[in-house]
Ligand binder design. Structure first.
Ligand SMILES: C[S@@+](CC[C@H](N)C(=O)[O-])C[C@H]1O[C@@H](n2cnc3c(N)ncnc32)[C@H](O)[C@@H]1O
Length: 214
């Protein structure tokens, strides 16, 4: 892994370049099923922080009409994504090297939807800011940005997510489970409004924001 990137929070098994994430094994089917109902027909989907690439494979298996564009700044992750992608019959493009904290990361990219799982809490807040700002340039009005992961939702926050937040902040002061209110405010500042909130297993959420007409 690139020394400038945070380590994965879990041990990943490796077979050749293919990495396997225990959490992705648990959640890929439910994520793929939920996203299948939200993504437009034939969409080109840009995935940020694809990790092992197992979500990409599950999503195109659930929706063979999609063209999936995975990305990750970690070279080992990109090698894994490309290795898993060989099972997808061309539905998954070669992994892009995208770091959403880098200025101009979204230049030249177009997509019908953007998806990102489990990144904004394991990266500085500038990553969430860069993600929404870049997605605003990529997505046409009406298109959606989808985020999967834990969120703080005031008094309704699950105790396990409060514990997870504390453990993340102990690891790195810039990390932490994000407050949904803060993400909604960031989204609004970038021209998005929330369009979906799906409850997922283990107190995770699939949250969607729609690009407003400019
Ligand atoms: C916990 S892993 C999640 C991977 C996958 N989405 C999943 O849910 O299994 C976090 C991923 O975020 C990526 N990442 C970290 N900082 C990033 C950044 N600034 N821009 C894009 N991706 C980033 C890491 O390389 C890593 O693959």
């Amino acid at each position: 892994m690139n020394a400038s990137l945070p380590p994965a929070l879990e041990a990943r098994a490796a077979v050749g370049a293919r990495l396997s994430s225990p959490s992705a094994a648990r959640n890929r089917a439910v994520i793929a099923g939920a996203l299948a109902g939200l993504l437009p027909p034939g969409a080109r989907v840009l995935e940020i922080a694809s990790g092992t690439g197992e979500h990409a494979l599950a999503c195109v298996a659930a929706r063979p009409d999609l063209v999936w564009m995975p990305s990750d700044p970690d070279p080992a992750a990109r090698a894994s994504i490309d290795a898993w992608a060989r099972e997808a019959g061309g539905a998954i493009a070669p992994a892009l090297n995208l770091d959403v904290t880098q200025a101009g990361w979204a230049e030249g990219l177009t997509a019908g939807a953007v998806f990102c799982a489990n990144m904004i809490h394991i990266a500085p807040w500038t990553a969430a800011q860069g993600l929404f700002a870049g997605a605003a340039g990529i997505l046409a009005p009406g298109a959606q940005l989808h985020l999967y992961g834990p969120f703080l939702e005031g008094a309704a926050t699950a105790p396990s997510n409060l514990d997870f937040d504390a453990s993340l902040r102990a690891r790195h002061p810039g990390w932490g489970v994000r407050a949904l209110d803060d993400v909604d405010a960031l989204a609004a500042a970038c021209g998005f409004s929330r369009s979906a909130r799906l409850e997922m297993p283990a107190n995770n959420r699939l949250m969607s924001w729609r690009r407003s007409a400019s």
